[in-house]
Design a protein around this ligand. Sequence first.
Ligand code: NAP
Length: 325
Amino acid sequence: MSTIKKLVLPQMGCGTWAWGNRILWGYDKSMDAQLQEVFNLCVSNGVTLFDTGDSYGTGKLNGRSEQLLGKFDREYTGVNKDKICLATKLAAYPWRLTPKSMVKAGLASAQRMGRVDLAQMHWSTANYFPWQEEQLLDGLGDLYEQGLVKGIGLSNYGTKRLKRIHAKFSRRSIPIATLQVQYSLLSTYPVTELGIKETCDELGIKLIAYSPLCLGILTGKYTDSSTYPKGLRNLLFRRLVPEAQPVLNCLQAIAQYRNKTMAQVAINWCIAKGAIPIPGAKNVKQAQENIAVKDWQLDAGEVAELDCAAAGVDKPMIQNVFQTR
Ligand SMILES: NC(=O)c1ccc[n+]([C@@H]2O[C@H](COP(=O)([O-])OP(=O)(O)OC[C@H]3O[C@@H](n4cnc5c(N)ncnc54)[C@H](OP(=O)(O)O)[C@@H]3O)[C@@H](O)[C@H]2O)c1
């Protein structure tokens, strides 16, 4: 087995979904210079984990997010360069059927990014094609054993499935470094219903909170339908923003009292829960705001108030279709 370098994870990271996704986020190439500034600002402020996926960017934008991340990493010359952690998620595409196809996918991502530090299985196929999942996870393990990545992780796994996969990797002495799930004040299901944080703690796995701002809703800027973004989010927000009012009111009250923004309170709630949030920032202003959460903490009373408000939302954010139990 080749030497495996140690994977070090910071308290928070940065998502890069928007960096290649035209349909959902309206990405276009004119945003690249701004996104590079976002990257530089994050790293220089100690936010050194970047999460992307080989499925971020379709059609002509195929692989765009990984390519950009690789370029930004290559061109960055400031502090914390040695701490940058490039994480990608390898999709369980139906045409990826063997361990070799997963290794090939990891190598293709490394080609686009310069390297892959953390390779994650993007989703489980357990619910519709369990045989495929076994093959792909074997390939993920091969990437680690061959020293091609520093660590491996999972995404959209629930407690039962995670335990099973943990046992599978333990037989090869391969640690699972991370698990990412959709976790925010409007998506508490993985933790409150599935108990995923407890299981992660038991198994020594770091929990990553993706979509910690619930796609922007928790910033409080989407107040009514005239302010909603275009595209797929528009449909979702029409239902979700009115439902989210108890949480938004609580966020606003705490933000005002603390002289912080609602986004900062929402991200800090994830950190208070022991997760690593990876909010997506589209511009420098958003990145500055998100990064500043590292300088303060919510107290236990504030966290309890937010928990209570979150529990009062009848129909929260829909779960990822691939989330397993
Ligand atoms: N594993 C998975 O299946 C999975 C699924 C989804 C996401 N992810 C990961 O999680 C990352 C983040 O999730 P996400 O992008 O879906 O959702 P998010 O982080 O909850 O929301 C990001 C969006 O909120 C808005 N925003 C961010 N910071 C803001 C600020 N300070 N003030 C105002 N608006 C702000 C921006 O959009 P607007 O300006 O347009 O509002 C931004 O694109 C992704 O990049 C990806 O790496 C993983």
